[in-house]
Design a binder for this molecule. Structure first.
Ligand code: NDP
Length: 296
């Protein structure tokens, strides 16, 4: 069997199309949804991600604001920026790019964000609301994974989803979303991590396997059951002297080998990545609707 390649840009474009309609409706009422991003430090991957967010806002007609702060910014200064964005009426949603420099307490920053403007959905209140199935915002990457599955004809309903990774930004929230008693969810979920015994035996049982590890080509073909659906979240930079930049991006899945065994698979790049950005745009539009007493 050769797997169908699930195209992230294709699915993201469908959602962008829906957002364009919504944004046009809002603009007719004089409302321009606004997203702000705060970046502390000069991490090149984060800078690239922030630039992509700015471009996506522009493409969809959203107001976009970027706050760039040096890596030695104090916690107090960052908290004052959060307060300012909480109060800015042009900004309906914003996020502080993670990870933060070590001298800043991430949790202290996350709880300071107004939960109604928490475009990343990482405020503890929003995490709790997601868990009980009454979310204000769903975190962008996990929500994007759910959309990719459903819109590519691989609804997780009733299926066994095996997730490798238990981070607060991918593994845990994707488990919480897919186990909900809801349309596009209803999965039986197994979450694996670095202390899991006989990982391959568990991943082979997955109808759907989601890899969020951060280790290049970690998931090999022998770890996948025949016909499984494989979602690769990993974005790992590996040296490649033949590439123009001297490096390229690979996922956590050995794509070439696994695609011979799976029924569907996401590539890296071109899989989950484009979904993350579009779901963030969607959260901004949802926030703008809510701030104006409208339903998305
Ligand atoms: P983390 O490093 O926070 O988490 C990695 C997880 O993988 C941990 O739970 C860890 O287990 C588990 N793990 C590590 N080694 C093993 C192993 N040998 N066997 C089983 N489990 C293992 O990473 P993130 O969740 O933040 O990100 C994962 C990947 O996804 C990264 O490549 C990241 O760049 C990418 N990513 C991509 C996004 C996108 O938009 N495409 C968005 C966010 C992330 P333990 O908890 O025990 O340490």
């Amino acid at each position: 069997m050769v797997a169908k390649v699930i195209s992230g840009p294709e699915v993201a474009e469908q959602i962008k199309q829906e957002l364009r309609v919504k944004v046009a409706e809002l603009r007719e009422r004089g409302i321009t949804p606004g997203l702000a991003v705060v970046l502390v430090g000069e991490d090149p991957a984060s800078q690239q991600y922030v630039r992509n967010k700015g471009k996506a806002c522009e493409e969809l007609g959203l107001y976009s604001r970027t706050v760039l702060l040096p890596s030695d910014t104090t916690e107090e200064k960052l908290l004052s920026v959060v307060d300012e964005l909480n109060a800015d009426p042009r900004v309906h949603g914003f996020l502080v790019q993670l990870p933060l420099p070590k001298h800043i307490d991430e949790n202290k920053v996350l709880v300071r964000i107004d939960p109604a403007k928490d475009a990343d959905g990482f405020h503890p209140m929003n995490v709790g609301r997601m868990l009980i199935g009454d979310p204000l915002f769903l975190p962008a990457t996990p929500h994007g994974i759910q959309e990719l599955l459903v819109r590519s004809g691989n609804d997780p309903d009733g299926r066994h989803v095996v997730i490798v990774g238990r981070s607060n930004i991918v593994g845990k929230p994707v488990a919480a979303i897919l186990m909900q008693k809801k349309k596009g969810a209803n999965a039986t979920v197994t979450v694996c991590h670095s202390r899991t015994r006989d990982l391959a035996a568990l991943t082979r049982m997955g109808d759907i396997v989601i890899a969020a590890i951060g280790s290049p080509r970690f998931i090999t073909a022998d770890m996948i059951g025949p016909g499984a659906v494989v979602i690769d979240v990993g974005t790992n930079r590996v040296d490649d002297p033949s590439a123009k930049k001297g490096y390229r991006w690979v996922g956590d899945v050995d794509f070439e080998a696994v695609k011979e065994k799976a029924s569907a698979i996401t590539p890296v790049p071109g899989g989950v990545g484009p979904m993350t950005i579009v779901m963030l745009m969607k959260n901004t539009v949802i926030a703008a609707c809510r701030a104006n007493g409208l339903v998305y």
